[in-house]
Structure formats: structure tokens, C-alpha cells
Design a protein around this ligand. Sequence first.
Ligand SMILES: [Zn+2]
Ligand SMILES: [Zn+2]
Length: 337
Amino acid sequence: MSQSTHSAPPQLENIKRTTLSFYRYVKVADPAEFRNRLYTAFLQFGCLGRIYVAYEGINAQMNVPTDVWSEFDTWLQAQPELTGVPYKIAVEEGEVPAFKKLHVRVRSKIVADGLNDASFDVTDTGAYLTAAEMNALVEDPEAVVVDMRNAYESEIGHFTGAITPDVDTFREELAVAPTLLAPYKHKMVGLYCTGGIRCEKASAWLKHHGFENVRHLKGGIIDYAHQVKEQGLPNYFQGKNFVFDGRLGERIGDEVIAHCHLCRTEKSDTHYHCKNQICHVLFLGCPGCMKAYNGYCCRLCSLMDRLPERLKKVIARYYNRFFRPAQFKKAPLRALS
Ligand SMILES: [Zn+2]
Ligand SMILES: [Zn+2]
């Protein structure tokens, strides 16, 4: 299998790690100071991952060596900005290490949403939904469930009967949502995303646009999966939850709902990066096509990759300038199951 291979630095290999994510909208007085405080501590604990800090809060996707978990937890909860912050622990660890490095960065926002926060009340968010309440919405023919993630995420997994907008970014999603969901303005609208962070903004945004009954899944799909297991609830999330780390997805429902992007007939929800570094597009491949195309997304990429390095460099420059390389291959839209 030619799934993109990530290798951790030698000293970090073979350590049992706990993958987690957390976020909080909280006023950060000095993001640079907060960033340095986190970076120094996380480095000492041997953490890896991507953490974004802004005046509006923190968004973290990371892992922690399992043997220092309790020290990590004690330190984190002692930080005034983070006291009581809930973690979302990964459902499955997978064989590919989730992260290769530790990055803690200061950004203008913790999620790129394209919104002018001064133009509406960002704190007027919708009420939370528990997993059991989410299930009730899925079963309710009068309610509507909306996937606030991108099309490449909902393609491999989504709630039964959910509306899955055909968008590539969260920014785009927020731009189309008020119009797309206009028929449901007076109905119960249940939003969900990966870990809950996008819905905080999205629910406030929809309320600002006059939606009366907006609620969102607390802790997102990750926490839903845990609650379903713990409480023995029926699972209405079909397929995989796309995650933005080396694992690319974690299985929630047993069924495979997506199709291979190359043959478009075989079912597959396993993502691969095209082996041609100039392309590097993320696509779904079935075992047959991965063998036939030798890990490339198309014949052209396999040809391009055989050229001498110098020529490839020239092509890369031209390609990046004139064809904005897509990050994800898109599937033709199919009827939802
Ligand atoms: Zn195929
Ligand atoms: Zn390619």
C-alpha cells in the first residue's frame, strides 16, 4: 500500500500516544505569550500536533505520550484560559502517526470563517445537542440535520438524511448556508461538524440570519461516537469521520458510503495522497486502482513523476502558477443514502 508514509523522529517512535483535540472561544490577552507558554510545556511533555492561538481563543489537534497524560492534564487545566476545557479523545489511533511535529501558531482567528465578527453577536450560539437529542432530530421528519463540514469530509461519512453542502471550505459553507437552509428557517435545525468548533460560529451566524431553532452537536462527531458507545444508543453516523491529521479518517459506522475516485464503481473511503509531489491531491482509491495506478491519482501524474528532477522543478513552478492544484479530488454528487 502506498498510503503516504509519515515517519516520526526516531526518539519519538514506538511511544504509546493519546490523540486528542480541544478548543475554546476565550479572550486571550496576549496570544504570543500564551503561545510560548503552551509551546514550552508541550515540548517538555513530548507532544506533537497543530495548535492555533488567537485573541478569540485556542484550537488544538495533538497527541500526548500516554505515560505523561496525567501530568499533561494537570498542567493544562491549571492554565487560566483552559480550566475546565473538555477534551475529545480520538476514537482510534490508527497505524499512521497522527502528527510529525509540534506547531503552536498565532493566527488572527482559530478557524478561518471569513466572517466579520463585529457584524453579529458571536456569543449568541445555539443550544447544544447530546447524542440522544441528535438521534431524535435524525428520526424527526420535521427537523433537518446539516453537515457544516466540507464536501470531501461529508463524502466519506455523514448522518443519515443530512444536508451535505457541496463546498470546499468553511468560509464557503457559511456564505451559502443562510440561502440554502432558508426553507427551514422556522424548523428545528441540527448542525454538526468534526469536533464542534465550527458549529459555535455557524449557529450564531444562522441565528443572526433569523433561524429560530438552531442547535448543534456538542463535541461534534468525535464525542457523538463516544456517547453512542457508552450509552448504547443507535448510531446514525454512517461511514468515517474525516480528521485533519495523518490518520485522515476514523471509522464510526461500519458501512463504506463513498466510491473510488479513479474507477468510480468500487466502494472506498480510504484517502491517499497522489505520489506525484507536484500534484499531491487527496483522493479515494480502491485496492484495484491503487495497484493499477501505482499510487498516482491519474496516468498523467505517473508519467510526470518519471521525468528528471530538473524538469519536474520547472513543471512544478508552471503548474502552481497556472493551475491551482486542487487539494481534494471531487466525486460526482450522488444521492444520499
Ligand atoms: Zn477504483
Ligand atoms: Zn496526481
